[in-house]
Design a protein around this ligand. Structure first.
Ligand code: NAD
Length: 376
């Protein structure tokens, strides 16, 4: 299944039992997630430790963000990058984009001494993948970093010369998803006085808070960075609660906009909302958590259906066309809700079935070098 492993991390530590995946070998993980290949790069001079997961290129080159953050273990980083890459394949296929899915994780060192050299080193590494993976911003990276990569590599989007930060369009997509869910679940035509709890007010969460505030929603926010939460309190009248309290806030919509896995066995019983709709990738720790939420009659709007606005922003050059595509998220969410209700199947499973059908019809591209020509 792997096309390349260029590093010596061949077996995840057996002692790691934190999650089902972290006790699997890399090849077991690859099989479980249907991964094409996984690439590692270490550069001692800059402190770069990069992992690129290419999940599926049957619809086109793998497109996905570069995440730069610290991880408790290498295994946790590997599981994260693989799951995120799969999410990108599903996101792209669901939106009928001519791209596959991939992701990069940079295990953040204690200190990045020279950020230019660090990201330029990563850019040189991207070149060795010959365009099979194209990257963009994600958690822990910004437009400046994409500019740094662009000094050395053509395989990067979201630079200051090309479309910039996608977070505003991601937030607009989530807004459309929330509006659709409110319509079908609560029969509300607008967001006036609708209570929405946002977990994580970083780039997307803050844009979303602003849009929701403009629509008359009542906001409750939490962030481990208190300054971010404070900003939303001052500008949008948001109530601040602690990161622990946000799950059980009495609200109409719980909106996870921080990191993945926040919906898990410990938190799912705390949710006090009729709808879950946010930007975070891989919100569900496992598909069974989605099943439990469905049983509790909580409508989980699948993450990759509503957070596709950033991808649309990157891929579609015309702003007007991109906005039209982002607005289509509204109907997609209503469609998933109706299918879920009609067949009594959890919403995440409905979306996955739709995507897996699309992916099964795609022709394998493999290492087709035309990616290099087409996207530089
Ligand atoms: P970001 O890093 O700017 O924001 C994340 C915020 O979450 C930060 O402010 C951080 O302090 C906060 N946070 C982290 N852990 C938390 C916790 N336990 N409780 C509360 N807050 C916590 O990232 P972003 O670009 O806004 O992305 C947010 C999520 O949306 C990520 O999962 C990302 O993968 C996903 N996403 C982003 C985009 C985009 O366009 N930026 C597109 C698609 C998906």
């Amino acid at each position: 299944m792997f096309n390349a492993i260029s590093h010596n991390v061949l077996q995840l530590p057996v002692s790691e039992k934190k999650t089902r995946y972290q006790s699997s070998s890399i090849f077991e993980l690859a099989s479980t997630f249907g991964l094409e290949d996984l690439h590692f790069k270490q550069d001692l001079a800059t402190g770069l430790q990069a992992i690129v997961a290419i999940h599926n290129t049957s619809r086109g080159p793998a497109l996905g963000g570069t995440r730069c953050m610290s991880y408790a273990t290498e295994s946790a980083a590997i599981v994260d990058v693989i799951r995120l890459a799969q999410g990108m394949s599903y996101k792209s296929a669901f939106a009928h984009m001519p791209y596959g899915g991939g992701k990069a994780v940079l295990i953040r060192p204690h200190q990045i001494l020279n950020r230019d050299a660090y990201f330029e080193s990563f850019g040189k590494f991207l070149n060795t993948l010959n365009g099979r993976f194209i990257t963009a911003v994600d958690v822990g990276t910004g437009v400046d970093d994409m500019d740094r990569i662009a000094h050395c590599s053509p395989f990067v989007k979201c630079t200051s010369n090309h479309r910039g930060d996608p977070s505003g369009d991601t937030a607009k997509g989530v807004l459309n998803g929330i509006k659709a869910a409110i319509k079908v679940c609560l029969q509300h035509d607008d967001l006036h006085d609708v209570r929405i709890a946002i977990q994580g007010v970083g780039k997307v969460g803050t844009f979303l808070a602003e849009l929701l505030h403009q629509e008359g929603a009542k906001l409750i926010v939490s962030d481990i960075n208190h300054k971010s939460a404070e900003y939303c309190a001052q500008l949008f009248g948001a109530e601040i609660v602690s990161p622990e309290q946000i799950y059980s806030v009495h609200c109409d919509v719980f909106s996870p906009c921080a990191l993945g896995g926040s919906l898990n066995a410990n938190t799912m019983h705390l949710i006090n909302a009729r709808i879950i709709c946010g930007s975070a990738n891989n919100q569900l720790a496992s598909i069974s958590v989605g099943d439990s939420l469905h049983q509790k009659q909580i409508f989980l709007v699948p993450d990759y259906v509503v957070n596709v606005g950033g991808l649309i922003h990157i891929v579609i050059e015309s702003n007007a066309e991109a906005q039209t595509k982002v607005s289509e998220i509204y109907d997609a969410v209503i469609d998933i809700y109706r299918r879920s209700q009609k067949n009594n199947i959890p919403s995440q499973r409905i979306a996955n079935q739709m995507v897996e059908q699309i992916l099964s019809q795609a022709k394998p591209h493999g290492n087709n070098p035309c990616y290099v020509r087409g996207l530089t």
